[in-house]
Design a protein around this ligand. Structure first.
Ligand code: GNR
Ligand code: NI
Length: 167
């Protein structure tokens, strides 16, 4: 197991589009384990492979209070989306920034599990928000890019200031 380095916005590599996993093998299962360890250590409720500079369609999520409900989604695909909600989000790649973004309220997602078996889940609430946030990462999109240009430039300034303070 290993804790992986998380890329920070505005790193260009966060804009790469991840490619589908062809075979769910031991290498992918190891990636899932390392991503889970990285997510729990951060701590966060989700992590996309893009954030650890691996450009494959793999995400891990645990929205449980007890931190014992790990879900891995390989090649996740939203097959239906309904309703609309404003969801307050944060991102491990954009530390200290919390903003509301538009999301579908109810989604059905199809993916492969760690054995390469297809499964479907229905999600609402935090889990639905998190899955959409993670799939956006796989498509090279960071949540702040859904905000107004004014908000984005304020966020970039704040991140620059924070970066200077930690140097
Ligand atoms: O830890 C995280 N919290 C969170 C809260 C609301 C909506 C989405 C998220 S995901 C985020 C971890 C992360 O950056 N995943 O990409
Ligand atoms: Ni994120």
């Amino acid at each position: 197991m290993a804790i992986l380095n998380i890329l920070h916005y505005p790193d260009e590599r966060l804009h790469k589009v991840a490619r589908p996993v062809e075979i769910v093998d031991d290498e992918i299962r190891r990636l899932v384990e390392d991503m889970a360890e990285t997510m729990y250590d951060a701590p966060g409720i989700g992590l996309a492979a893009t954030q650890v500079n691996v450009h494959l369609r793999v995400i891990v999520i645990d929205t449980s209070e007890e931190r014992n409900g790990l879900c891995a989604f390989i090649n996740p695909r939203i097959i239906s989306a309904n309703g609309q909600v404003l969801s307050e989000e944060g991102c491990l790649s954009v530390p200290g920034i919390y903003e509301s973004v538009d999301r579908a309220e109810h989604i059905v997602v199809e993916a492969l599990d760690q054995d390469g078996q297809p499964f479907q889940i229905e999600a609402t609430g935090l889990l639905a928000n998190c899955i959409q946030h993670e799939i956006d990462h796989l498509d090279g999109k960071v949540f702040v890019e859904k905000l107004s240009r004014l908000k984005q430039s304020r966020i970039l300034n704040k991140l620059k200031k924070n970066h200077r303070k930690t140097m």
